[in-house]
Design a protein around this ligand. Sequence first.
Ligand SMILES: [Zn+2]
Length: 272
Amino acid sequence: MPELPEITVIAGQMNETIKKKRIADADIKQPKNLNMSVKDFLRKIKGKTVKDVSSKGKWLFLALDSSYDLLINLGMGAEILYFEPGQKLQENAQFRLDFSDKTGLTIHFWWFGYIHLVSKKEKSKHKLTGKLGMPPTDEKFTLDYFRKLLAGKKTGVKSFLLDQKNVAGIGNVYIQDILFKAKLHPSRKISTLSEKETTSLHKAIREVLNHSIGLGGAAFELDFYGHKGRFTSNNFLVGYKPGKPCPECGTIIEKIRTGSTASYVCSHCQQE
Ligand SMILES: [Zn+2]
């Protein structure tokens, strides 16, 4: 499932490649991905130009030269791929966007995802993105901001960070090493964090995500050009490494259940 690093990489590549391109047509095989009828969607999108592509957490935002923006979420996983004239298109794509210069993009959702056209004016009211928290790679995501965000919260640290309303973009992949680096057990309650632990956590979040962005995202995901990221299983510290020794102390890494998700922890470095 793509998380903040993969989506950041894709947004940057889309910005380089499809900015200023005019949308000629769209092919929609799975109308339930849209937030309106296919007819309305086509009427609103044809002839519009992509002004800018950005991301927020796990969402891609395509600003159009119209009163609408195109918001895309790849859900549990998807390939969103650029194509040039004559290039073989990915099979089973449920969505295709054609530009006037015959290039375009296709999306193949593994399970489900969203392709929403949202009025610029109503964007803050959009059900799925209007309440997203700040992405931790945002320059405004300072230690001071983070402290205020955590103040008075009583939930477990892992479930808090995975809730997209609190922080946008962290999922069950990168959270593992974030908590390990901060030496926090996933079940630790936010109210029990010391000043020092909060500072370590803030630092770990940014380090882990930026490290993966620098490597082009996870190796099990494809970027906009169809290339795999370079963040491989070797780059994980404890994530997805059950049975391997902890890189800090050598204790065997365990896979445990924490609420509805699996966690990978070193029981020595990350005590409850
Ligand atoms: Zn350890």
